[in-house]
Ligand binder design. Structure first.
Ligand code: FES
Length: 182
């Protein structure tokens, strides 16, 4: 897996995944042009078919971007520190509070470290940029809204959290976005 060379070189991998439900993806170290790399399942993807993601080689602290139904979703594998920070942050920090545990999941009991949510700001749809090491892990470049590592909004003008798509862990190694059924 390639490493992002700016900011935090050890923890940030930016990958786009675009495929249909027929095959799991071996995560590689490239940034894929979204449309050009859509394979034989492009029609199913455009129609909203679930997207499968092989998560077996995604390291804690990494980010993967997944395209589903024409929109980008962030898939974050959180570090223990990020899970602890999100879980212990005071409720008053948030504009649309839900417990962090509602937005962190995993394939097995006690393995919750994955947070999956839309990459479009809930104000007017811009794509937030990541700020490493801060409670507000995302800052929207358009009007300054901030979101934590689980996509919960901490500063407006956005008023609601980054929405989560339906998803399911089909196995320890396979995440499926676009359905909540195995
Ligand atoms: S679009 Fe993100 S703050 Fe306005």
């Amino acid at each position: 897996m390639s490493e992002h060379t700016e900011g935090d070189p050890n923890r940030r991998d930016f990958l786009y995944i675009a495929t249909g439900a027929a095959g799991a993806i071996a995560v590689g170290g490239i940034v894929w042009p979204l449309v050009a790399q859509m394979g034989p399942n492009a029609r199913e993807v455009a129609a909203g078919a679930p997207v499968e993601l092989n998560i077996s080689e995604i390291e804690p602290g990494s980010l993967v971007k997944v395209l589903w139904r024409g929109a980008t979703y962030f898939v974050r594998r959180l570090t223990e520190e990020e899970v602890a920070a999100a879980s212990s942050a005071p409720q008053e920090n948030y504009r649309d509070y839900v417990p962090a545990t509602d937005r962190i999941a995993g394939p097995a009991e006690g393995s919750a470290e994955w947070s999956i949510y839309s990459a479009n700001c809930t104000h007017l749809g811009c794509i937030p940029s990541e700020v490493d090491g801060a409670l507000e892990q995302w800052v929207c470049p358009c009007h300054g809204s901030k979101f934590d590592s689980t996509g919960r909004v901490t500063k407006g003008p956005a008023a609601i959290n980054l929405p989560q798509p339906p998803f399911v862990f089909a196995s320890d190694e396979l995440l499926v976005i676009g359905t909540d059924k195995v």
